[in-house]
Design a binder for this molecule. Structure first.
Ligand SMILES: [Mg+2]
Length: 239
């Protein structure tokens, strides 16, 4: 047990905790087709680090649809996506990435750490993915693509929920954002949080390194993971 301030560690979902092997992206594409009658150009678009509403608007922009033409349909598209995701994502198609179960288990045992999600998924989509991965019990709070379309605004949302839940602020580097894409590092910076990048989501290591995250790991199975998440001080009982 350590004295000192508690940390809030916020995990991205896709490419960081789990992989859906493209199933979630295909569910969103087919929802767009269902509602707008347009085939979304997924092959020309990179989803990593984007929020769900941002993905819909940017995909449709590639199809020549201005934002104001898409906006009235966004709610229906996301509803169609969630019902498709439920069917498309049985547990056996959710891959929990290397080291995730072990690191969450180790962090959950510490009384100086609180865990949450920070993801571009809309909240019900994140909940479904995390539940199908068997990881729901670790995450009591989160900030989601349904809170803000701009991921850079999500750290304060997560902090406010954590403060309400645990009665403590997690200012500055007491908040840690863990993610696999450039947008995760940028949103950590925007929120004044520490950024821990993990190269399990398809973004090349050198691209992540160029953004200067506080730590960069090949996977969450790396032996240095607890030190990276806890600012180099894993504390007793964790090595
Ligand atoms: Mg991700």
């Amino acid at each position: 047990m350590r004295n000192g301030a508690r940390r809030l560690i916020l995990f991205d979902v896709d490419g960081t905790l789990i992989s859906t092997q493209g199933r979630a992206g295909r569910a969103l594409a087919s929802a767009i087709t269902e509602v707008l009658g347009v085939s979304a150009p997924m092959e020309r678009y990179r989803l990593s680090g984007k929020t769900d509403p941002q993905i819909v608007f940017e995909l449709m922009e590639l199809c020549g649809w201005p934002r104001e033409r898409v906006a009235p349909h966004l709610g229906r598209i996301l509803e169609a996506y969630l019902s498709r995701l439920d069917a498309a994502l049985p547990s056996e198609h959710v891959n929990v990435l290397p080291g995730v179960r072990e690191v969450l288990g180790a962090l959950a045992e510490r009384d100086d750490v609180r865990l949450g999600l920070l993801t571009g998924n809309v909240q019900p989509g994140a909940a479904l993915k995390v539940e199908r991965a068997g990881l729901s019990r670790y995450f009591e709070v989160g900030a989601f693509g349904s809170d803000e379309e701009d991921r850079n605004l999500l750290v304060p949302v997560a902090r406010a929920r954590a403060a309400a839940r645990w009665g403590q602020g997690f200012e500055g580097s007491l908040t840690v954002v863990v993610g696999d894409a450039e947008a995760d590092v940028r949103c950590a910076r925007a929120g004044g949080a520490r950024a821990v990048a993990v190269a399990t989501g398809g973004t090349p290591t050198e691209v992540l390194a160029a953004l200067g995250p506080d730590a960069l790991l090949p996977t969450l199975a790396d032996p240095s993971v607890l030190g990276a998440l806890l600012d180099g001080h894993p504390g007793p009982g964790t090595d």
